[in-house]
Design a protein around this ligand. Sequence first.
Ligand SMILES: *Cc1c(COP(=O)(O)O)cnc(C)c1O
Length: 421
Amino acid sequence: MHIMNFAVFNELWGIKKELTDIGEDIYKEIKSDFDKIDALSGNNQLRVISYFQNFGLSQEHFFGSTGYGYGDAGRELINDVMAKIMQTESAIVSSYWVSGTHVISDCLNAILDSGDLLVSAVGSPYETLNKVIEKWKVRKGIKFEEVGLEYKDKEAPTIDFHGLNEKLKEKPRALFVQKSKGYSWRKTLLNNEIKNIVELRNEISPETYVFVDNCYGEFVEEIEPGRVGADLLAGSLIKNPGGGIAPTGGYAAGNEALVELVGEELTAPGLGADMGATLDTNRDIIQGLYFAPVVVGEALKGAVFNAAFFNELGYNILPGVSWNRGDIIQAINLGDEEKLKSFVEGIQKAGVVDSNVVPIPEKMPGYESEVIMAAGTFIQGASSELSADAPLKPPYYVFFQGGLTLNHSILGTLMGAQYSF
Ligand SMILES: *Cc1c(COP(=O)(O)O)cnc(C)c1O
Protein backbone atom coordinates (compact mmCIF):
# COMPACT_ATOMS: atom_id res chain seq x y z
CA MET A 1 0.00 0.00 0.00
CA HIS A 2 1.25 3.46 -0.82
CA ILE A 3 1.68 5.86 2.07
CA MET A 4 -0.36 8.92 1.46
CA ASN A 5 1.36 12.25 1.96
CA PHE A 6 -0.97 14.04 4.34
CA ALA A 7 0.74 17.38 3.70
CA VAL A 8 -1.45 17.65 0.62
CA PHE A 9 -4.53 18.21 2.84
CA ASN A 10 -2.61 20.94 4.52
CA GLU A 11 -1.58 22.63 1.29
CA LEU A 12 -4.84 22.37 -0.65
CA TRP A 13 -7.44 22.72 2.11
CA GLY A 14 -5.58 24.36 4.98
CA ILE A 15 -6.23 21.44 7.35
CA LYS A 16 -4.42 22.07 10.65
CA LYS A 17 -1.14 20.25 10.97
CA GLU A 18 -2.14 18.62 14.27
CA LEU A 19 -5.03 16.96 12.44
CA THR A 20 -3.04 15.82 9.42
CA ASP A 21 -0.40 14.40 11.79
CA ILE A 22 -3.05 12.33 13.56
CA GLY A 23 -4.41 11.27 10.17
CA GLU A 24 -1.04 10.13 8.92
CA ASP A 25 -0.36 8.03 12.05
CA ILE A 26 -3.80 6.44 11.90
CA TYR A 27 -3.48 5.65 8.22
CA LYS A 28 -0.44 3.51 8.99
CA GLU A 29 -2.04 1.83 12.00
CA ILE A 30 -5.12 0.56 10.17
CA LYS A 31 -3.27 -1.12 7.33
CA SER A 32 -4.41 -4.62 8.28
CA ASP A 33 -8.06 -3.46 8.30
CA PHE A 34 -7.55 -2.05 4.81
CA ASP A 35 -6.00 -5.31 3.61
CA LYS A 36 -9.00 -7.29 4.82
CA ILE A 37 -11.39 -4.92 3.07
CA ASP A 38 -9.41 -5.09 -0.18
CA ALA A 39 -9.66 -8.88 -0.11
CA LEU A 40 -13.41 -8.68 0.47
CA SER A 41 -14.11 -6.15 -2.27
CA GLY A 42 -11.82 -7.99 -4.67
CA ASN A 43 -13.68 -11.26 -4.18
CA ASN A 44 -17.05 -9.59 -4.48
CA GLN A 45 -16.12 -7.79 -7.67
CA LEU A 46 -14.81 -10.95 -9.31
CA ARG A 47 -18.05 -12.67 -8.35
CA VAL A 48 -20.03 -9.93 -10.13
CA ILE A 49 -17.83 -10.07 -13.24
CA SER A 50 -18.36 -13.82 -13.48
CA TYR A 51 -22.16 -13.37 -13.32
CA PHE A 52 -22.09 -10.87 -16.19
CA GLN A 53 -20.01 -13.31 -18.22
CA ASN A 54 -22.25 -16.26 -17.42
CA PHE A 55 -25.33 -14.39 -18.56
CA GLY A 56 -23.55 -13.39 -21.76
CA LEU A 57 -23.40 -9.62 -21.32
CA SER A 58 -22.95 -7.91 -24.68
CA GLN A 59 -23.45 -4.51 -26.29
CA GLU A 60 -27.12 -5.22 -27.04
CA HIS A 61 -27.90 -5.18 -23.31
CA PHE A 62 -26.89 -1.54 -23.05
CA PHE A 63 -29.68 -0.28 -25.27
CA GLY A 64 -32.88 0.21 -23.35
CA SER A 65 -36.44 0.01 -24.52
CA THR A 66 -39.33 2.43 -24.97
CA GLY A 67 -43.08 2.20 -24.62
CA TYR A 68 -44.18 -0.99 -22.85
CA GLY A 69 -40.62 -2.17 -22.73
CA TYR A 70 -41.41 -5.78 -23.68
CA GLY A 71 -38.47 -8.08 -24.43
CA ASP A 72 -35.86 -5.77 -22.93
CA ALA A 73 -32.81 -8.06 -22.83
CA GLY A 74 -30.78 -5.63 -20.72
CA ARG A 75 -33.46 -5.38 -18.05
CA GLU A 76 -33.76 -9.16 -17.91
CA LEU A 77 -30.01 -9.65 -17.62
CA ILE A 78 -29.79 -7.08 -14.83
CA ASN A 79 -32.56 -8.87 -12.93
CA ASP A 80 -30.81 -12.22 -13.35
CA VAL A 81 -27.46 -10.84 -12.21
CA MET A 82 -29.05 -9.14 -9.21
CA ALA A 83 -30.66 -12.43 -8.14
CA LYS A 84 -27.22 -14.07 -8.25
CA ILE A 85 -25.64 -11.24 -6.28
CA MET A 86 -28.32 -11.35 -3.59
CA GLN A 87 -28.26 -15.15 -3.56
CA THR A 88 -32.00 -15.38 -4.15
CA GLU A 89 -34.23 -17.12 -6.71
CA SER A 90 -35.38 -13.97 -8.39
CA ALA A 91 -34.93 -10.19 -8.48
CA ILE A 92 -36.29 -6.99 -9.98
CA VAL A 93 -34.14 -3.93 -10.57
CA SER A 94 -36.00 -0.82 -11.67
CA SER A 95 -35.41 2.87 -12.05
CA TYR A 96 -39.15 3.37 -11.50
CA TRP A 97 -38.51 3.02 -7.82
CA VAL A 98 -37.75 6.55 -6.74
CA SER A 99 -35.93 5.57 -3.54
CA GLY A 100 -35.34 2.87 -0.98
CA THR A 101 -38.48 3.86 0.89
CA HIS A 102 -40.52 3.34 -2.27
CA VAL A 103 -39.30 -0.18 -2.95
CA ILE A 104 -39.64 -1.17 0.71
CA SER A 105 -43.18 0.19 0.67
CA ASP A 106 -44.01 -1.92 -2.39
CA CYS A 107 -42.48 -5.01 -0.77
CA LEU A 108 -44.50 -4.59 2.41
CA ASN A 109 -47.63 -3.97 0.36
CA ALA A 110 -46.95 -7.15 -1.59
CA ILE A 111 -46.65 -9.40 1.45
CA LEU A 112 -49.21 -7.92 3.86
CA ASP A 113 -52.96 -8.45 3.71
CA SER A 114 -55.57 -6.66 5.76
CA GLY A 115 -55.45 -7.51 9.43
CA ASP A 116 -51.92 -8.95 9.25
CA LEU A 117 -49.35 -8.42 11.98
CA LEU A 118 -46.02 -6.91 10.93
CA VAL A 119 -43.19 -7.05 13.46
CA SER A 120 -40.02 -5.02 13.33
CA ALA A 121 -37.34 -7.37 14.64
CA VAL A 122 -34.75 -4.78 15.70
CA GLY A 123 -36.29 -1.66 17.24
CA SER A 124 -37.82 1.16 15.23
CA PRO A 125 -37.60 1.08 11.44
CA TYR A 126 -35.86 3.80 9.44
CA GLU A 127 -37.74 7.08 9.90
CA THR A 128 -39.12 7.44 6.38
CA LEU A 129 -41.03 4.16 6.88
CA ASN A 130 -43.14 5.52 9.73
CA LYS A 131 -45.60 7.21 7.40
CA VAL A 132 -45.78 4.09 5.20
CA ILE A 133 -46.64 1.86 8.14
CA GLU A 134 -48.98 4.45 9.64
CA LYS A 135 -51.02 4.55 6.44
CA TRP A 136 -51.55 0.78 6.35
CA LYS A 137 -52.56 0.69 9.94
CA VAL A 138 -55.41 2.98 8.96
CA ARG A 139 -56.18 1.74 5.43
CA LYS A 140 -55.63 -2.00 5.76
CA GLY A 141 -55.98 -2.55 9.49
CA ILE A 142 -52.45 -3.86 9.68
CA LYS A 143 -51.06 -4.29 13.16
CA PHE A 144 -47.49 -3.22 13.75
CA GLU A 145 -45.25 -4.05 16.69
CA GLU A 146 -41.57 -3.63 17.44
CA VAL A 147 -39.18 -5.86 19.32
CA GLY A 148 -37.16 -3.42 21.41
CA LEU A 149 -33.37 -3.43 21.45
CA GLU A 150 -31.31 -5.34 23.96
CA TYR A 151 -28.96 -3.08 25.92
CA LYS A 152 -26.54 -5.62 27.36
CA ASP A 153 -23.81 -3.39 25.96
CA LYS A 154 -25.19 0.12 26.56
CA GLU A 155 -22.94 1.64 23.93
CA ALA A 156 -23.93 -0.89 21.26
CA PRO A 157 -27.53 -2.07 21.64
CA THR A 158 -28.63 -4.86 19.34
CA ILE A 159 -31.22 -7.50 18.66
CA ASP A 160 -33.16 -8.95 21.59
CA PHE A 161 -33.57 -12.63 20.71
CA HIS A 162 -35.68 -13.34 23.78
CA GLY A 163 -38.13 -10.58 22.86
CA LEU A 164 -38.17 -11.78 19.26
CA ASN A 165 -38.90 -15.33 20.38
CA GLU A 166 -41.95 -14.09 22.30
CA LYS A 167 -43.25 -11.96 19.41
CA LEU A 168 -42.88 -14.82 16.94
CA LYS A 169 -45.35 -16.80 19.03
CA GLU A 170 -48.01 -14.35 17.80
CA LYS A 171 -47.37 -15.72 14.28
CA PRO A 172 -46.82 -12.43 12.44
CA ARG A 173 -47.24 -12.42 8.67
CA ALA A 174 -43.85 -10.81 8.28
CA LEU A 175 -40.75 -9.80 10.19
CA PHE A 176 -39.17 -6.54 9.10
CA VAL A 177 -35.42 -6.90 9.58
CA GLN A 178 -33.47 -3.72 9.02
CA LYS A 179 -29.85 -4.71 8.58
CA SER A 180 -28.37 -1.24 8.83
CA LYS A 181 -28.54 0.95 11.92
CA GLY A 182 -30.09 3.74 9.82
CA TYR A 183 -30.32 6.86 12.01
CA SER A 184 -30.28 4.97 15.27
CA TRP A 185 -27.45 4.19 17.61
CA ARG A 186 -27.45 0.42 17.47
CA LYS A 187 -25.32 -2.32 16.00
CA THR A 188 -25.80 -3.06 12.34
CA LEU A 189 -26.78 -6.69 11.85
CA LEU A 190 -24.30 -9.06 10.30
CA ASN A 191 -25.70 -11.63 7.88
CA ASN A 192 -24.88 -14.34 10.42
CA GLU A 193 -27.22 -12.66 12.87
CA ILE A 194 -29.89 -12.53 10.18
CA LYS A 195 -29.29 -16.26 9.86
CA ASN A 196 -30.07 -16.64 13.57
CA ILE A 197 -33.28 -14.67 13.06
CA VAL A 198 -34.25 -16.96 10.17
CA GLU A 199 -33.54 -20.05 12.25
CA LEU A 200 -35.64 -18.76 15.12
CA ARG A 201 -38.43 -18.06 12.65
CA ASN A 202 -38.14 -21.61 11.27
CA GLU A 203 -38.54 -22.98 14.76
CA ILE A 204 -41.30 -20.77 16.18
CA SER A 205 -43.32 -19.52 13.22
CA PRO A 206 -42.27 -21.05 9.89
CA GLU A 207 -45.06 -19.27 7.97
CA THR A 208 -43.69 -15.82 8.82
CA TYR A 209 -41.82 -14.07 6.03
CA VAL A 210 -38.42 -12.59 6.79
CA PHE A 211 -38.12 -9.33 4.87
CA VAL A 212 -34.71 -7.63 5.03
CA ASP A 213 -34.18 -3.93 4.45
CA ASN A 214 -30.72 -4.35 2.93
CA CYS A 215 -30.03 -0.62 2.37
CA TYR A 216 -26.31 0.13 2.89
CA GLY A 217 -25.56 -3.57 3.45
CA GLU A 218 -24.81 -4.75 -0.09
CA PHE A 219 -21.28 -6.05 -0.79
CA VAL A 220 -20.17 -5.30 2.79
CA GLU A 221 -19.82 -9.00 3.61
CA GLU A 222 -18.88 -12.12 1.65
CA ILE A 223 -22.52 -13.19 1.55
CA GLU A 224 -25.89 -11.47 1.19
CA PRO A 225 -29.05 -12.09 3.23
CA GLY A 226 -30.54 -14.32 0.52
CA ARG A 227 -27.86 -16.87 1.35
CA VAL A 228 -29.00 -17.18 4.96
CA GLY A 229 -32.66 -17.67 4.09
CA ALA A 230 -34.24 -14.20 3.95
CA ASP A 231 -37.45 -14.50 1.89
CA LEU A 232 -37.35 -11.01 0.45
CA LEU A 233 -34.88 -8.14 0.50
CA ALA A 234 -34.75 -4.65 -0.89
CA GLY A 235 -32.41 -1.72 -1.32
CA SER A 236 -31.65 1.50 -3.15
CA LEU A 237 -29.54 1.97 -6.28
CA ILE A 238 -28.24 5.34 -5.08
CA LYS A 239 -26.56 3.54 -2.23
CA ASN A 240 -24.15 0.58 -2.41
CA PRO A 241 -25.30 -1.39 -5.48
CA GLY A 242 -25.40 1.65 -7.77
CA GLY A 243 -21.63 2.00 -7.60
CA GLY A 244 -22.00 5.78 -7.89
CA ILE A 245 -23.14 5.39 -11.47
CA ALA A 246 -26.74 4.15 -11.50
CA PRO A 247 -28.82 7.33 -11.85
CA THR A 248 -31.77 6.26 -9.68
CA GLY A 249 -33.82 3.20 -8.72
CA GLY A 250 -34.10 0.28 -6.38
CA TYR A 251 -34.20 -3.50 -6.30
CA ALA A 252 -36.15 -6.28 -4.67
CA ALA A 253 -34.89 -9.87 -4.51
CA GLY A 254 -36.15 -13.06 -2.98
CA ASN A 255 -38.36 -16.09 -3.44
CA GLU A 256 -39.84 -16.17 -6.90
CA ALA A 257 -43.46 -16.00 -5.80
CA LEU A 258 -42.86 -13.00 -3.54
CA VAL A 259 -40.81 -11.14 -6.13
CA GLU A 260 -43.63 -11.64 -8.60
CA LEU A 261 -46.03 -10.00 -6.15
CA VAL A 262 -43.62 -7.09 -5.75
CA GLY A 263 -43.55 -6.75 -9.55
CA GLU A 264 -47.33 -6.27 -9.50
CA GLU A 265 -46.90 -3.46 -6.99
CA LEU A 266 -44.23 -1.88 -9.18
CA THR A 267 -46.50 -1.80 -12.24
CA ALA A 268 -50.03 -3.16 -11.89
CA PRO A 269 -51.79 -6.45 -11.12
CA GLY A 270 -51.61 -8.64 -14.20
CA LEU A 271 -48.68 -6.69 -15.66
CA GLY A 272 -45.79 -7.37 -13.31
CA ALA A 273 -42.14 -6.65 -13.95
CA ASP A 274 -41.81 -8.11 -17.45
CA MET A 275 -42.53 -4.69 -18.85
CA GLY A 276 -41.40 -1.13 -18.22
CA ALA A 277 -39.24 0.87 -20.60
CA THR A 278 -35.68 1.22 -19.37
CA LEU A 279 -34.93 4.20 -21.65
CA ASP A 280 -31.23 4.93 -21.26
CA THR A 281 -30.57 3.37 -17.86
CA ASN A 282 -29.33 -0.17 -18.60
CA ARG A 283 -25.68 0.56 -19.23
CA ASP A 284 -25.37 2.79 -16.17
CA ILE A 285 -26.98 0.21 -13.93
CA ILE A 286 -24.76 -2.56 -15.33
CA GLN A 287 -21.58 -0.51 -15.03
CA GLY A 288 -22.63 0.59 -11.55
CA LEU A 289 -23.02 -3.03 -10.43
CA TYR A 290 -19.61 -3.77 -11.90
CA PHE A 291 -17.97 -1.03 -9.84
CA ALA A 292 -20.13 -1.35 -6.74
CA PRO A 293 -18.09 -3.90 -4.75
CA VAL A 294 -14.93 -1.82 -5.13
CA VAL A 295 -16.72 1.43 -4.35
CA VAL A 296 -18.18 -0.21 -1.23
CA GLY A 297 -14.64 -1.27 -0.29
CA GLU A 298 -13.43 2.32 -0.60
CA ALA A 299 -16.33 3.52 1.55
CA LEU A 300 -15.56 0.83 4.15
CA LYS A 301 -11.92 1.89 4.34
CA GLY A 302 -13.05 5.48 4.65
CA ALA A 303 -15.37 4.49 7.50
CA VAL A 304 -12.56 2.68 9.32
CA PHE A 305 -10.33 5.74 8.95
CA ASN A 306 -13.12 7.99 10.20
CA ALA A 307 -13.75 5.70 13.19
CA ALA A 308 -10.07 5.56 14.12
CA PHE A 309 -9.71 9.32 13.76
CA PHE A 310 -12.69 10.31 15.90
CA ASN A 311 -11.86 7.60 18.40
CA GLU A 312 -8.41 9.15 18.71
CA LEU A 313 -10.06 12.54 19.32
CA GLY A 314 -11.99 10.98 22.20
CA TYR A 315 -15.50 10.54 20.79
CA ASN A 316 -17.81 7.56 21.13
CA ILE A 317 -18.10 5.81 17.80
CA LEU A 318 -20.19 2.94 16.45
CA PRO A 319 -19.03 0.54 15.14
CA GLY A 320 -15.60 0.34 16.78
CA VAL A 321 -12.60 0.68 14.48
CA SER A 322 -11.91 -2.96 13.65
CA TRP A 323 -15.33 -4.48 14.23
CA ASN A 324 -16.88 -6.70 11.59
CA ARG A 325 -19.02 -4.31 9.61
CA GLY A 326 -22.48 -4.94 8.18
CA ASP A 327 -22.94 -1.58 6.46
CA ILE A 328 -20.91 1.41 5.27
CA ILE A 329 -22.14 3.81 7.96
CA GLN A 330 -19.95 5.24 10.68
CA ALA A 331 -21.79 6.85 13.58
CA ILE A 332 -20.11 9.38 15.86
CA ASN A 333 -21.60 10.85 19.02
CA LEU A 334 -20.63 14.52 18.69
CA GLY A 335 -22.62 15.48 21.78
CA ASP A 336 -23.20 19.08 20.75
CA GLU A 337 -25.52 20.81 18.28
CA GLU A 338 -22.97 23.33 17.01
CA LYS A 339 -20.33 20.64 16.53
CA LEU A 340 -22.81 18.56 14.62
CA LYS A 341 -23.73 21.38 12.26
CA SER A 342 -20.12 22.33 11.65
CA PHE A 343 -19.07 18.71 11.08
CA VAL A 344 -21.75 18.38 8.40
CA GLU A 345 -20.66 21.73 6.93
CA GLY A 346 -17.12 20.36 6.69
CA ILE A 347 -18.34 17.30 4.80
CA GLN A 348 -20.20 19.53 2.35
CA LYS A 349 -17.05 21.62 1.88
CA ALA A 350 -15.23 18.38 1.03
CA GLY A 351 -17.81 17.44 -1.64
CA VAL A 352 -16.77 17.43 -5.27
CA VAL A 353 -20.01 19.14 -6.29
CA ASP A 354 -21.57 22.14 -4.49
CA SER A 355 -18.64 22.51 -2.14
CA ASN A 356 -19.54 26.18 -1.64
CA VAL A 357 -23.02 25.40 -0.32
CA VAL A 358 -23.71 25.60 3.42
CA PRO A 359 -26.08 22.85 4.57
CA ILE A 360 -28.88 23.98 6.86
CA PRO A 361 -31.19 21.84 8.99
CA GLU A 362 -34.59 21.32 7.43
CA LYS A 363 -37.80 19.38 7.71
CA MET A 364 -37.63 16.60 5.10
CA PRO A 365 -40.49 14.42 3.84
CA GLY A 366 -40.70 11.33 5.99
CA TYR A 367 -38.47 12.56 8.85
CA GLU A 368 -39.76 13.55 12.28
CA SER A 369 -37.17 16.04 13.49
CA GLU A 370 -35.21 18.49 11.41
CA VAL A 371 -32.45 16.81 9.45
CA ILE A 372 -29.13 18.21 8.31
CA MET A 373 -27.43 16.57 5.35
CA ALA A 374 -24.25 17.06 3.39
CA ALA A 375 -24.10 15.49 -0.03
CA GLY A 376 -22.00 17.22 -2.64
CA THR A 377 -22.60 14.33 -4.97
CA PHE A 378 -22.75 13.49 -8.68
CA ILE A 379 -26.06 11.70 -8.21
CA GLN A 380 -28.41 13.83 -6.17
CA GLY A 381 -28.58 12.60 -2.56
CA ALA A 382 -26.51 9.50 -3.31
CA SER A 383 -25.19 8.38 0.02
CA SER A 384 -22.67 5.89 -1.31
CA GLU A 385 -20.89 9.10 -2.23
CA LEU A 386 -19.23 11.19 0.48
CA SER A 387 -22.07 12.32 2.73
CA ALA A 388 -23.19 12.86 6.28
CA ASP A 389 -26.66 13.06 7.74
CA ALA A 390 -28.02 13.73 11.17
CA PRO A 391 -31.38 14.32 12.77
CA LEU A 392 -31.00 17.53 14.78
CA LYS A 393 -31.71 16.15 18.23
CA PRO A 394 -29.73 15.26 21.36
CA PRO A 395 -27.32 13.59 21.88
CA TYR A 396 -26.30 14.75 18.39
CA TYR A 397 -25.19 11.64 16.59
CA VAL A 398 -23.86 12.10 13.09
CA PHE A 399 -23.88 9.37 10.45
CA PHE A 400 -20.96 9.52 8.05
CA GLN A 401 -20.77 7.39 4.93
CA GLY A 402 -19.36 6.97 1.53
CA GLY A 403 -16.79 8.46 -0.62
CA LEU A 404 -16.50 6.76 -4.00
CA THR A 405 -12.77 6.70 -3.31
CA LEU A 406 -10.79 6.38 -0.09
CA ASN A 407 -8.87 9.58 -0.85
CA HIS A 408 -12.08 11.53 -0.95
CA SER A 409 -13.46 9.91 2.16
CA ILE A 410 -10.29 10.81 4.09
CA LEU A 411 -10.66 14.40 2.91
CA GLY A 412 -14.22 14.29 4.30
CA THR A 413 -13.09 13.08 7.73
CA LEU A 414 -10.37 15.72 7.95
CA MET A 415 -12.70 18.52 6.84
CA GLY A 416 -15.37 17.34 9.28
CA ALA A 417 -12.79 17.43 12.06
CA GLN A 418 -11.36 20.79 10.98
CA TYR A 419 -14.80 22.42 11.04
CA SER A 420 -16.05 20.89 14.25
CA PHE A 421 -13.07 21.98 16.35
C1 LIG B 1 -31.67 4.83 3.03
C2 LIG B 1 -32.44 3.85 3.81
C3 LIG B 1 -33.77 3.57 3.52
C4 LIG B 1 -34.52 4.24 2.40
O1 LIG B 1 -34.26 5.56 2.27
P1 LIG B 1 -34.43 6.36 0.88
O2 LIG B 1 -33.85 7.68 1.22
O3 LIG B 1 -35.88 6.40 0.64
O4 LIG B 1 -33.69 5.65 -0.16
C5 LIG B 1 -34.41 2.62 4.28
N1 LIG B 1 -33.77 1.97 5.24
C6 LIG B 1 -32.49 2.20 5.55
C7 LIG B 1 -31.82 1.42 6.63
C8 LIG B 1 -31.77 3.14 4.83
O5 LIG B 1 -30.49 3.35 5.11
